[in-house]
Write a protein that binds this ligand. Structure first.
Ligand SMILES: C[S@@+](CC[C@H](N)C(=O)[O-])C[C@H]1O[C@@H](n2cnc3c(N)ncnc32)[C@H](O)[C@@H]1O
Length: 326
């Protein structure tokens, strides 16, 4: 077990390096990489390139054939579709995990002594969503009609960009409490030349009604999304209720609310081949709980919404709940 951990830990770090330096992109683009390319394109020394290729081969990330290093089709899918999970843990939540003992023994507090890395967290989450939850989101949204989209807790803004491309007639707004996330979202929007169609407002979901005029379309159908964030509100007593009440106060009957989140099923958890025990533990380190689907529905129903549909995504215990203002 510990030998496995030794190798897995090191391999995980190397995989993140491969992602960040664009080495994996090259392998995925061409299916193979040569030592010479690591030297010429990535500035590695001859010995450094050999060492990296040897280690990656030993860990079965790649295999060698006639001087070129390939990735199996399965590995290509794995490093594409599951990279966000690794990045979430290693890049975004590293400070939290590194300080687990301090937090568990109450010597350190999450939020003041220890914080996650916001930008990395938003980037990793949107990568996870792209492969694991967005296909379910779009399948649902394709059946609905809306003119304006508001993404509460928009993170990197990637979801707004995807929506702008898929539903070109919509006007879109993103809201996020984190300045770093708003800057990241704005820069992604600018890069795509979509600042006319999408605006970003720095605000907390609970106090967002102060900015409502910047996000509401008077005579259209609104779709309000809140992805991978509602649990943040549920962990602060009264916050989720405040946001729901504010939506009902400010948006007409029939306005849509789509929540996607890591929830809990009533039945029992999973083992090692699943992400959710890790999600739960990291959230516990941040002093947060994950809540059952039934609790999401109950709170929405109590605060002015009618539940329309619930969909399980490709991640265990990760659901979409579509509701509308009564
Ligand atoms: C896990 S990320 C999800 C980002 C994005 N929705 C996605 O699915 O990729 C959660 C986001 O919610 C934002 N957030 C957390 N609490 C918030 C609050 N009370 N009001 C507004 N944004 C909040 C965070 O800054 C972060 O960008």
């Amino acid at each position: 077990m510990l030998t496995q951990l030794f190798n897995s830990y090191l391999t995980a770090k190397v995989v993140i390096m491969g992602k960040n330096e664009g080495i994996f992109d090259l392998i995925l683009e061409r299916g193979a990489i040569k030592k010479q390319e690591l030297i010429e394109r990535f500035g590695m020394t001859n010995l450094g390139a050999s060492n990296l290729l040897d280690f990656m081969s030993a860990q079965s990330l790649i295999y060698e054939e006639n001087g070129a290093y390939y990735m199996t089709p399965e590995m290509q899918v794995d490093v594409t579709e599951n990279m966000g999970f690794l990045s979430w843990l290693i890049e975004a939540y590293e400070p939290v995990v590194d300080n687990a003992y301090g937090i568990l023994s109450q010597k350190l507090n999450y939020g003041s002594d220890v914080i996650r890395k916001d930008k990395e967290m938003a980037e990793a989450t949107s990568l996870v969503s792209f492969y694991k939850t967005d296909p379910f989101v779009f399948r649902l949204l394709d059946r609905l009609e809306f003119d304006l989209v508001i993404d509460i807790g928009c993170g990197s803004g990637q979801r707004l960009l995807q929506l702008a491309e898929r539903y070109p007639m919509s006007k879109l707004s993103g809201i996020d409490i984190s300045q770093k996330c708003c800057e990241l979202a704005q820069s992604n929007i600018n890069k795509n030349g979509l600042s006319e169609q999408i605006n970003v407002v720095q605000s907390s979901a609970e106090d967002w009604s102060a900015n409502i005029d910047r996000t509401r379309m008077k005579d259209g159908k609104n779709l309000i999304m809140c992805f991978a964030m509602f649990h943040d509100l549920m962990n602060i007593p009264g916050s989720a209720e405040k946001m729901l009440d504010s939506i009902c106060r400010n948006y007409p009957s029939g306005s849509l609310l789509l929540i996607q989140d890591q929830m809990r099923t009533e039945s029992v958890r999973v083992g090692q081949n699943n992400w959710v025990e890790g999600f739960t533990f990291v959230h516990r380190l941040m002093g947060q709980s994950l809540y059952p689907v039934s609790q999401y529905k109950a709170i929405m129903e109590r605060h002015g919404f009618r539940i329309v549909e619930t969909v399980l995504t490709d991640i265990s215990e990760n659901y979409l709940i579509l509701a509308e203002v009564k």
